[in-house]
Structures are given as structure tokens and as C-alpha cells.
Design a protein around this ligand. Structure first.
Ligand SMILES: Cc1cc2nc3c(=O)[nH]c(=O)nc-3n(C[C@H](O)[C@H](O)[C@H](O)COP(=O)(O)O)c2cc1C
Length: 221
């Protein structure tokens, strides 16, 4: 696939088919993604591929915590406030998602069910979880994690798979620590849901927006 087509065609998938992703394909994606750049070629990312019964148990428990309204305890700081223009974009994507699912703003039960589904990783049969060694300068190493995650998402897209990077996958890290062999001195950063996309689902087809180039670029010569 051409790079431009891959970059523009990748989108966050919020409804997956239950079909498992063959392990050889996941391995191929990760093997290719190893070529992502990183600070001084340090390659600080530590990845866990979570599938099968373990993932099903995690999704169920994660969803339940969300439905119970349990307070999140992410191991990395997550943003809670934004400048107005960014906040508008954030609420904008939320509105597009709910509208595509025909969930009205005032439908609290509908919204909660949707959030439950998000914490259920939208039904994905695979999650790639990234951790970092706590002794690193985490702020900078986060760039490296972002780079490999985007590379993974693009490669997955190229192979007909869908992905969604999900803060919702790491808001209750205690669950992950109970189920996965993550050493104490590692920090849980982000999980990406992966699986075959339901291409017909409106939630995977709504029009996405991006800021105009002039809003983000200053040309200097
Ligand atoms: C670090 C990160 C965390 C994200 N967490 C979530 C999440 O918890 N729930 C969700 O629905 N989407 C999540 N997303 C997806 C973004 O909403 C999405 O990338 C953005 O709206 C742009 O849309 P696109 O990916 O379809 O181009 C996350 C994306 C990133 C990069």
C-alpha cells in the first residue's frame, strides 16, 4: 500500500469482528515495526501481545470497573484539561462517535453502555500493550512508544486489520498487573486494540476532521 493511502486510510476502529488474528500476522507486524526510530536507537518499548482467555478476562473486568464508575488510576499522567480549541476537537470526536451509534446526548444509559464497550476494547481479539522501564526519562521515551504504536497501526491497516489506541485500556492498571507478567519497575503506557474491523459499522465510517494546515504550521524562511 502506498504510504499516503495508508496514512490517510488508517482510522481508529471502534467495532471489531470477533475473528482471531493469526499469530503469524501479529508477529509479522511487530517484526516490521521494530524498524521504528527511537532516541539513540534505544528501542525502549516493551510490548505484550494479549489474546485469548487472558484478554477476554481483562476486557470483562475492565468493562465492569468502568460501569461501576471506579476511579481510574493510570500509571502515566493523562490530560484532563485542554486549551479551548483542542477541547473543541476532543468533544467533536466524541459527538461524531455517539451520533454514528445513534446515541443521543441525554441518553445516559446509552452513553454508559458505549463507554463499557470502549473498556471492553470494542470487542477486539488482540491487544498490544506497551510498557517502559521506570528508570528512563519517561517523558521522552513516550515519543518512542508513540512512534512504534503508529507504525504498528499502519502496518496492521496495510494487512487489512483495524486498530484503536486506547487510553481506556490502561486506566485500571492493577488488572493488567494481576494478569500479565509485568515487572514492578515497568510503567504501563498504552494499549492498542487490534482485530478485523467491521467495515459496515457506521462508527467505523463517520467523517473525521483535521485542523487546517495553517492552524498548526508556521513557515519561516
Ligand atoms: C494516546 C491515544 C489514546 C487514545 N485513547 C482512546 C480511547 O480511550 N478511546 C477512544 O475511543 N479512542 C482513543 N484514541 C483514538 C483517538 O480518539 C483518535 O486517534 C482520534 O480521534 C483521531 O481519529 P483517527 O484515529 O480515527 O484518525 C486514542 C488515541 C491516542 C493516540
Amino acid at each position: 500500500m502506498e504510504i499516503e493511502k495508508a496514512v490517510k486510510g488508517r482510522r481508529s476502529i471502534r467495532m471489531f469482528k470477533p475473528d482471531e488474528v493469526p499469530q503469524e500476522i501479529i508477529r509479522e507486524i511487530l517484526d516490521e515495526a521494530r524498524w521504528s526510530p527511537s532516541w539513540g536507537n534505544t528501542q525502549p518499548w516493551e510490548l505484550y501481545v494479549v489474546t485469548g482467555d487472558t484478554l477476554e478476562r481483562f476486557k470483562k473486568a475492565n468493562r465492569q470497573k468502568s460501569l461501576d464508575g471506579e476511579v481510574a488510576s493510570s500509571e502515566i499522567t493523562m490530560p484532563e484539561v485542554w486549551p479551548d480549541n483542542l477541547k473543541k476537537r476532543y468533544t467533536g470526536v466524541g459527538k461524531s462517535v455517539l451520533t454514528s451509534l445513534s446515541i443521543a446526548r441525554e441518553d445516559v444509559d446509552g452513553r454508559n453502555a458505549y463507554y463499557g464497550d470502549m473498556f471492553n476494547l470494542f470487542g477486539a481479539p488482540c491487544m498490544i500493550l506497551a510498557c517502559l522501564d521506570k528508570s528512563l526519562n519517561i517523558e521522552y521515551a513516550m515519543l518512542d512508544v508513540g512512534l512504534i504504536m503508529q507504525t504498528i497501526c499502519l502496518l496492521a491497516h496495510d494487512k487489512g486489520l483495524g486498530t484503536c489506541m486506547l487510553a481506556a485500556s490502561v486506566r485500571y492498571p492493577g488488572l493488567l498487573r494481576d494478569m500479565l507478567p509485568i515487572p514492578e519497575d515497568r510503567v504501563i503506557v498504552i494499549g492498542t486494540a487490534m482485530g478485523y474491523p467491521d467495515l459496515e459499522a457506521p462508527v467505523n465510517n463517520f467523517e473525521r476532521k483535521r485542523a487546517d494546515l495553517d492552524e498548526m504550521v508556521t513557515w519561516v524562511s
